[in-house]
Design a protein. Sequence first.
Length: 470
Amino acid sequence: MKGYLLKKSVMILAILFAAAVVASGCSGCSEGTQTVKNDTANEYGAEYDDKNKFGEDYIIDMYVSDVSDTNSEFEYETSVHYMYNTITCESSDIVSEIHITKYIGQNTDISIPELIGGHPVTEIGNCAFEDCSEIKSVSMSENITNIGDYAFSGCTGLTQVKLSDSLKELAIDVFSGCTALEEIKIPEGVEKIGAGAFEDCTGLRKVNIPKETRRIGGGSFKNCTELESINIPDSVEKIEDMTFYNCMGLKSALIGEGVKDIGNGAFYSCTALTEITVPDSVEHIHDRAFYGCSALTDIFVGKGTAKLIEYAFAGCTNLRNINIDSENSVLSSEDGVMFDKSKSGLLTCPEGREGAYTVPDSVVIIYKRAFQDCTKLTEVIIPEGVIDIGINSFDGCTGLKSVTIPESVEKLSGGLFSGCTSLESVFIPESVTEIGNYVFEDCDNVTIYGKKGSEAEKYARENNIKFAEK
């Protein structure tokens, strides 16, 4: 009876000790993230070792197996490698599977055991190998059906991974910060890639997206600065926010025909990307989707895109042509500039546009920020018939030298020519009776031309801007 009580006491200590180690080593997970399926006890296998002490109590050896174990008995080794949960059936105390919860070994090449104590190892828990920087390779058997959040996060020495073909999902931040990982093959059955799954894998050059994958989580490949190409299959419906954020080495991105949404900052600062084709399936291109893609020269937008946020291509300093499919019912393009379908509204002039540009006669409205940061434009000719020029329409056009406002315009909106540091002359007709704030902010060399006694002259005097009668 005494022996039984002693063994029971050591089992309780085992549970408390293992839980403490797991909790302290999991910086990316919140308390209580470990789950035992089928309503079973959270037991850590342990054996009493009277040769060691842990404070005033006893230290324990965990059940360990580095090789497949076909016997019904648990095997022990002198070194400790894994902590794990035993999962039992609802109707009995028979162990049905093993979930690894924490790796506490020192090996550099890890082969996740197929069996422990004759029972299949089916799960690698949250944070199980987190920050194990000494690990170089990991392979796992087909028994593994689930890998938890942050399972291999911060394994900075990891160079090779063989994933189980039984996986259906890659969890949140599962390989984030694995900076030495250069290539990974995702099994064909994976339907979801979790948010941040490969974030900060700065050495990753090659990865496949399986044909079964429906969702690629936000920031999945964020800061994968060496990633060279990506092929997004037709099964994916949305490219989430910041999925390929700051993938500076990305030269080629093929977007599948099933994608409907390209999220905020999805390709933000992909500075090596030179061309992109948006398929007909895409309905919405969100804010800053391609922001800062400074090598991008041409973009092709399919017939399905109905909403394109104004900053979608901001910072694409060499973008010369935005080409819209002629069958698009909402948008259109002419000479590389984007308009609404009727061409009565000018939406976006690509930032790489050079020299002089003449706005088509069909245009009635120049939308806000339409020419923003077109630094290579030297002159814009605005035809009679334009009645509205939106705020900040020419903001940051540092090469712009002269503009003539037509008599059809009655108001100059705020910030209209802000930051046009090379602007020398602007003709403002008598029809303009309202001029907003900061219209000529930082335009130190500009001269306003207009009629004597006009609103233009009044504005020039009040704001210490040179005025000349014309």
